[in-house]
Design a protein around this ligand. Sequence first.
Ligand code: C2E
Ligand code: CA
Ligand code: CA
Length: 747
Amino acid sequence: MKPKRRTSLPGKPAEVRVPLALLSLLERTTNDLITLPSAALDALIDRTLADIGRLFGADRAYLFLASDDGTVFDNTHEWCAPGITPQRENLQGLPMGLLPWWAAEMMAGRGIVLGSLDELPPEAGAERALLEPQGIQSLLALPMRWRGRFWGLAGFDHVAQRRVWLADEVAVLRLVVSAFAQGFERRRLDARLGLASTVFHHAQEGIFVTDGERRILDVNPTFTEITGCRADAAIGRLQQEVLPHSDGVEIRRAVAAVGLWRGEIDHERADGQNQWLRVTVSAVRDERGEASGFVGVFSDITRLREQERQLRQLAYHDPLTQLPNRVLLADRMRQALARSRRSGELLAVCLLDLDGFKPINDTHGHAGGDRVLVELARRLTAVLREGDTVARLGGDEFVLVLPGLSSQADCELLLQRALAEVEAPIPLSAQVTVRLTASVGVRTVPPAPDDADTLLRQADQALYAAKREGRARIHRFDAEDERLAEQRHARISQVAEALQRGEMRLHYQPIVDLRSGRTLRAEALVRWARPGGPLVPPGEWLPLIEHTAVISQLGDWVLATALEACARWQLVQPGLGVSVNVSARELCDPDHARHVAAALARHPGLPPQLLQLEVVESAPMTALPSAMATMRACTALGAAFALDDFGTGYSSLAYLKTLPAAVVKIDRSFVAHLADSPSDRRIVQGIIELVGGCGLEAVAEGVETQAQARELLAAGCTLGQGYGILPPVPEAQWIDWLRQPPRPVVP
Ligand code: C2E
Ligand code: CA
Ligand code: CA
C-alpha cells in the first residue's frame, strides 16, 4: 500500500485525516496490549512496527528503550523494508549525551518530525552528522511515555524518498507509541508480581495476608503444610481464630504501635499436635499511613525447641533419673537461700544417702541398681511438694531442697515421709524385691551460711554424723558437727604431716604353710610411731584418710619400703615374697599401675612375682572398669592380687572368676569360731572349695590357735597367718624369725 501525500491546509476546521488502516491498527494494538500476556509484548511491537512501516512506506521502523536512568539507549526492535540493511546490532548502548538536541526534544515529550534534514535546527549538528551518512531523508521519532515515565522512543525513517508527516498521523502514532509504553509498564509490574507470587508460593515460611480487620485474604501452601489448616478453611476467617494466641491483644497493640510484632507462639495444629511457631506480623500501610492490612510470616520451630529442651535437659539433669544435676541444684539452692534470707522462711537442705546400696549393685548387677535409683527418684519427687527440688549428685546420694517450711516439725514430717518411701519394698522383678534404708543429713536455714556450698557441706557433715550414729536416721546439722568436721580435718592433716616427717613404720607378719611352718611371704602392715607415744595401729587413723589423697601418698611409701625390705630378705631366704595392702582409692586410680611399675623398676634384681597386692574384696566394685584396668596392668607387670577379708563383702561367684586374682584371704571372723561353730566351719569349708574350684589359693587370716589350724588343714586350707604363728613385728624381729628353722604349726 502506498500512502498518499496529504497536506494540511491552514484555516480548515480540524478533522482527523488518517488512513483507516492506521485507526484499525491503533485499535488492534491497544486492544492486544490489554488482553495479551506481557510475554507477547515483543512480538506485538515487532508486528506493529512492521505494519506502520509498510503503511507509510518507511524504510525502517524501530524502537529504542532507555536505561532506567534515561542516559543510555538500546535499539530493541527493528523492522526494515526489503533491501535495507538492519542497524540494530550497531545501535546498542548509545549514550543519550551524544545527541543533546534529540534528547532534549524527547525528554520534553515533543518528539521529532522531519520532512527533510534541512529542517534540522543549527544546534543539531551531531544529529545531522549521524543521519546524513545513512542517507535518511525524512524522519519521525516519538517518545514512549506513560504516567510520567520515559521509556524510550519509536522512530520511522525514510531513505529512498521523502515523507511529509501529517499532524493527525503523528497524533495517532503518538497514541500507538504510548500504548507501547503502557505495555512495557505492565510487563514490569507483571515481573514484580510474578516474583512476589513466586516468593509467596514457594517460601519455606508460612504466609498469611489479612485486610485491615485482620480477616484472612490469602495463605500460601506452606501455611497449610505447617498448620494443617487448608486455604479454604482459613480464608475469610479472622486471623486470631485460625492462629489463636494467648497474647493476641499484645500482638495487636505492638503492630498498631510500631507496625511490627515478632515472637514465638505455641499453637495446636489442625491434627491436635502442639507446635511452636516463630511469627512476624507487620502492618501494610496505605498512602495515609493507616494499616490497610497485615502480613504474617512464620516458621515451624518445634524441632528447634525440642532440641533446645533436650540440650537443657542434658546440661541440667542426671541422665539416669532425669533429676536435676549438680549444676541445676546449685542454682536452686542459691534461689532458695536468697528467698529464705529475704522472707526469713525456714529452708532445709538435706543430703540423703542410701545405706547399703552397694550390695544391691553387687547382687543384682548395675542394671538392677539403676532400676532402684530410678524408682527412688520417682518416689521422692512424688512425695515432696511442688516447689521442692530433688537432685541426684551421682551414686546413691540425693539432695532435697525444701524451701518455705512452716516449722522444724514440718521439715521432720516431710523427711519421715520421704524415708518411708525409701524403705517401702522395691520390686526388681516378679520374684525379687529389695529393701533399703537411708541416712539423711539436714541443714536448716536460718541461720544462713555464707553460701550454697557451705550449706551443702554442712548437710554432708550432718549426714556423716547420721551414718556414724548407725544409719537409717535423720541428723540435723549443729555446731557440734561443725566442730567434729574441723577436728576430722585437723587429724587428716596430722597424718599427712606424720607421713612427711617419716613417722610411719612397717611391721611384717608371716604367711606360712601350716603343715611345714615354712614362711612363704610377709604381709606389710603400717603403724604410726607417734613421738613419745606407743605405736598407733592403722585402724585408728587409716579410715580417716581412706577417701583423701593422703592414702595414695601413704600407699606409695608402703610399696617402696616393702619392696626395699623384700630385696634385703632375699639374702636370708631367696624367693620370699611380700604382700602390700592397696586401698580402694588407689585401685581405682588410673595412675596406680604406673606407680607400681616405677616402684618395681627400682629393684631390677627382684622378681616382680614376689609382690602381692591385697585389695579388700568389695573395693573393685566401687568402680569396676577402672579397678579391672589397674588389676590387669599390675598382673601384666608380674604382680599377683589377693582378695582380702573374703566373705565379708558381697562377691558373687561370677565376680570371683572375673577378677584377675590369684589368692583369696578368708576373713578372720570365720576363722575365729572355726573350732566351736559348726556353721562357721561349713562356711569356711564352702569358701575353700569355691576358691579351689576357681583355681585360686586360699589363705586363712587370724589363725590364733592350733585347733583352728587343725580345722583349716582338715578343710583343705594349707596356708595361714595369725597371732598364733607370729604377730606383725618390726623388721629386726622379722629377720630373726626368718633365721629360725621352720616349725610345723600343728605338731
Ligand atoms: P588386714 O589387711 O586384714 O590386715 C590384717 C590385720 O589383722 C592386721 O591388723 C593384723 O595385725 C591383724 N591380725 C593378724 N593376725 C591376727 C590374729 O590372729 N588375730 C587378730 N585378731 N588380728 C590379727 P592391723 O595391722 O591393725 O591392720 C588393720 C587393717 O589396716 C588391715 O587389715 C588393712 O586393711 C589396713 N592396713 C594395714 N596396713 C595397711 C597399708 O599399708 N595400707 C593400707 N591401704 N591398708 C593397711
Ligand atoms: Ca591385708
Ligand atoms: Ca584381712
